[in-house]
Design a protein. Structure first.
Lengths: 225, 408
């Protein structure tokens, strides 16, 4: 992918998704529809989806902040997908203290024990996957997927993502989720060519369902002994 | 009734103290108290010059305010965490309030997938998979299994523990592993209660400065401190843990207090008890609603010098199923246990303790500060030692508890 971060004159068109409200890019007409289907053919919700252009694309550097909260000993949401340069705020809404850290190569940081809203946002300035943990509660795991592309989302309840204002060209479409259990290496990727006037589509067929999440049922009073 | 009102007032006063968080994992003070309504047909327990399997007997029924629990946690330099737990029981406690744990944990930030942790002080060895609430209480029942009842009665680590964790999930793996070990002392009485009474099921933990047993008890349970030490030998345990996502946790531990059984202490009329055991367990969460816990423990405790040494072999296992939906939790558990003596001759008779127990519990969280629990416990056991105090060797004991737990 060849994305150039620079200020580019032009009007601000309709954003392709809520994630892109801050990205001010020229208007395009190409359309891409991405679907993720589980083995039963049902849409798989919450999948991280990226469309990475395989051509030069000038993109305005983002200056936005999103939130990964801590509630009931969980990161909420526990999966974020953001564009390079985005800041992530880590407030602690629990009534206990947390100690947030990451030693992932894409971003290493530590936030000393805190409750409430104590620290400024952490800016994620390298593409990659960052796994977030709490040093007090090892069961707390969060994921931040950082991409240089301005085109990203998580699939909706029907397992779909539609982009309507895409520059024509070749793209690499990526699908990822921490609970995927595909035999092939993840993230799943496929090339797609997008042209004006003809909607392109990409469909990922998962060979296994996502592992079930058990975290919602956990009793958050528990501690480690 | 005066005693009940007095403790009730104490509980209300305690729980109305200004405090920081409602449930203090790190930083702050927390407290809880149980209002219990108990019905029991049990025979007197070792706390009351008996050899019953339950904590409460037919003379200790009715309403009581119990388990006044206090916890305090604080941190220094961000990586040193101090944890103190204290408890006040409604019945037969030698000190009005006493500590159950007091330790410091050094827990540096991980800079890679390997993380070291060190604990110093008095704390529980990582054996129980049930006791997950603050104060080392079971999250699934009022009374933990026979295995963890015994751990609470006789075992406490007075020393240092080192744990090395491999945080695989931070590297995108599904498994995490940990290995550790401990060196400790002041536990040479561990095993004596097992030998004298056999197994039991109840929620009462020994306290750090309290006494176990009864004074001048000849045939039952001699009075002693939890912290007995005379031979100077250092005990150890080694342990391993494996976790698969949030679905499965496996634990194993080998324990040996390395007591020198020939070192009689005349000052407190105490022989060291050499206690060794292995334990293993799993906690499996197949779905978000179900939890399965099973533990096994097997070992022996010996006393006396080489010429005349007595040993008691003990083993137990349990299976617990728990179903949670929202604020409601229903749990059932089956315990099996056995203890038998092997002695140089048959002079002491057959002191085999054998039995099993059923527990059924319903818990509901009303709000952050109040939960209720209804629990039925039945234990069927045999122990010839009871004959010496005029009780039948075979007992079928039942206990029904209704508890309202106030949490600060």
């Amino acid at each position: 992918m060849r994305i150039h971060f620079k200020q580019r004159p032009g009007r601000c068109p309709t954003a392709v998704s809520l994630w892109l409200l801050a990205a001010c890019a020229p208007s395009y007409a190409a359309e891409l529809n991405v679907s993720v289907l589980d083995p039963a053919g049902h849409g798989s919700a919450g999948i991280v989806l990226l469309a990475e252009p395989q051509f030069d694309l000038p993109v305005k550097r983002v200056s936005r902040t999103v939130i990964m909260d801590q509630r009931q000993k969980q990161f909420v949401p526990n999966i974020l997908v953001i564009q390079t340069g985005t800041g992530v705020d880590f407030p602690n809404s629990d009534q206990i203290e947390h100690q947030v850290y990451s030693f992932s190569p894409a971003k290493t940081f530590q936030l000393s024990l805190y409750a409430g809203h104590k620290y400024p946002p952490i800016v994620f300035d390298r593409a990659g996957l960052v796994v977030i943990g709490c040093n007090i509660h090892d069961q707390m795991i969060g994921y931040i997927y950082i991409t240089d592309s301005p085109y990203f989302a998580r699939s909706d309840d029907a397992g779909k993502w539609a982009v309507h204002d895409l520059p024509p060209g070749n793209y690499r479409i990526t699908a990822w989720h921490p609970r995927m259990q595909e035999p092939a290496a993840t993230p799943l990727q496929m090339p797609v060519s997008v042209a004006e006037g003809t909607p392109a589509s990409a469909v990922f067929h998962l060979t296994k369902p996502l592992r079930p999440s058990r975290e919602d049922g956990a009793d958050k009073r528990w501690t480690d002994y | 009734m005066d005693r009940l009102l007095s403790r009730l007032a104490g509980a209300v006063l305690t729980l109305s103290l200004p405090a920081t968080p409602a449930v203090a994992d790190y930083g702050g003070f927390d407290a809880s108290a149980d209002l219990l309504a108990v019905s029991s047909n049990g025979t007197p327990s070792f706390l009351d010059n008996g050899l019953g399997d339950l904590r409460f007997d037919s003379s200790h029924q009715g309403l009581q305010v119990d388990n006044l629990r206090f916890g305090y946690r604080t941190s220094v330099a961000d990586i040193v965490h101090f944890d103190v737990e204290a408890v006040s029981y409604a019945d037969r406690q030698s000190n009005p309030i006493d500590l159950t744990e007091a330790f410091a944990e050094i827990r540096p930030f991980p800079s890679g997938p390997w993380r070291s942790r060190i604990k110093l002080g008095a704390f529980y060895a990582p054996i129980s998979l049930e006791n997950r609430l603050q104060g080392w209480r079971s999250a699934y029942s009022l009374s933990p299994s026979a295995i963890n009842t015994w751990v609470g009665e006789e075992l406490r680590t007075f020393g240092a523990e080192y744990e090395l964790d491999w945080l695989g999930r931070q590297r995108g793996h599904d498994w995490e592993f940990g290995i550790g070990g401990s060196l400790y002392g002041w536990n040479e009485a561990a095993g004596q209660l097992m030998a004298e009474r056999g197994w039991a099921i109840h929620d009462r933990q020994a306290t750090l400065f309290g006494k176990i047993g009864q004074p001048n008890s000849e045939t039952i349970v001699d009075e002693r401190l939890l912290t007995s030490e005379g031979d100077g030998n250092v005990g150890y345990y080694v342990n391993a843990t494996a976790r698969y996502l949030d679905a499965l946790e496996l634990r194993a531990l080998h324990y040996d207090n390395r007591a020198d059984t020939s070192q009689y202490s005349a000052s407190d009329n105490q022989f060291p008890w050499r206690t060794q055991f292995d334990s293993a367990g799993l906690r499996w969460t197949p779905t978000r609603y179900w939890t399965v816990i099973s533990q096994w423990l097997s070992g022996r405790t010996c006393v006396g010098d080489e010429d005349e040494q007595y040993c008691w072999h003990f083993d137990s296992e349990f299976l617990l199923l728990s179903w949670q939906l929202g604020a409601n939790r229903v749990s059932g558990r089956y315990d099996r246990f056995e203890m038998h003596q092997s002695s140089p001759d048959d002079e002491t008779g057959d002191y085999t303790n054998r039995g099993h127990g059923w527990m059924l519990s319903y818990q509901r969280d009303i709000n952050r500060h109040l939960s209720v629990a209804l629990e039925f416990l039945q234990i069927d056991s045999s122990f010839n030692g009871r004959l010496e105090i005029g009780q039948p060797a075979v007992a079928s004991e039942r206990e029904l508890e209704l508890a309202a737990r106030l949490q600060l």
